[in-house]
Design a protein around this ligand. Structure first.
Ligand code: CA
Length: 298
């Protein structure tokens, strides 16, 4: 199987990057990812002051997906995420949702074994490996991998786990896909700005949908679809997620706006992805009983 090593790292999504690898549709590919600190924090003595932030939040790639053309949808099937047996969590003064409060820089290393994060003596929680940053190159310019938008990026969605599919718009030939910033566990919000940041191996497979694109990245699980919107603040993110969901319901049922808007109150769940990245993220979740993929693409 093709493997992309974790030293094939990029710090922006851009058409300018040379592909790290070419991938065919349906071909499984393994990508190794470095943790969000660029592997610089291995012990609790590793200080944030000495961290080279230029090496933070890298993604592995980009992958040139053969035959992917602008206007298509890139479907990424996440087959497996294997995380290493330890991860790092940090507090960074002025960061996170409580950034106005005074607190110290601190580092915590946690062991991950038998499916659990061992946070403290007698305090453990179930591991839930997920991909924090995943996206494609935008039509023009460079978007830092720490940011997020319609191309994907640093979305930090806790549901973006193995056995899900992500639908992203293809904006340049080959899509130039990259992923990294895997978390062994994260809750909705990602309150302190860091999760269990961990190196990983991600097994993926791609397919394409021709001539249709999602307005925002779409996540598919067994039971539901979610539109992954973001905005300057939570209100804006919630508005964008709702607009996209209501428009999808209008397409699904050929309803006028008012009827779809009403139905949205009953059928669309807004959930917070994260409140700590350069843009805030909200997902609009709709049961597969009520919507088909076709209505989520235009
Ligand atoms: Ca992240």
């Amino acid at each position: 199987m093709k493997t992309v090593p974790r030293n094939k790292v990029i710090y922006s999504f851009s058409f300018r990057h040379k592909p790290a690898e070419h991938v065919k549709i349906g071909e499984p590919i393994l990508i190794e990812t470095e943790d969000a600190f660029g592997g610089q924090i291995k012990t609790e003595e590793d200080s944030l002051d000495e961290l080279d932030w230029a090496e933070a939040n890298g993604t592995t790639g980009p992958l040139f997906v053969e035959n992917a053309k602008s206007g298509d949808t890139l479907v990424t099937e996440i087959l497996d995420i294997k995380v290493e047996n330890q991860g790092a969590i940090v507090t960074i003064p002025k960061n996170g949702i409580l950034g106005k409060r005074r607190f110290a820089a601190s580092t915590k290393i946690v062991k991950i074994c038998n499916g659990y994060i061992h946070f403290d003596r007698g305090v453990r929680l179930r591991a839930n490996p997920m991909i924090g940053t995943i996206g494609v190159a935008p039509e023009s310019g460079d978007i830092p991998t720490g940011s997020l938008g319609k191309h994907g990026g640093n979305m930090d969605v806790k549901e973006l786990t193995a056995d899900t599919r992500l639908y992203l718009p293809v904006l340049v030939e080959g899509a130039l896909f990259a992923a990294g910033d895997v978390h062994a566990a994260q809750a909705d919000g990602e309150l302190c700005v860091s999760s269990v940041e961990v190196a990983s191996e991600v097994l993926l497979k791609f397919s394409l949908i021709r001539g249709k694109r999602p307005t925002w990245p779409v996540l598919e699980t067994r039971d539901w679809y979610a539109l992954l919107a973001c905005g300057e603040n939570l209100d804006e993110a919630a508005t964008f997620a709702t607009e996209a969901a209501v428009e999808a319901l209008m397409r699904q049922y050929r309803w006028p706006f008012e009827k779809a808007y009403m139905f949205g109150s009953l059928a669309v769940n807004l959930k917070i992805n994260q409140v700590v990245d350069p843009k805030k993220g909200v997902r609009a979740v709709i049961s597969k009983d009520l919507i088909t993929l076709d209505s989520l693409l235009i």
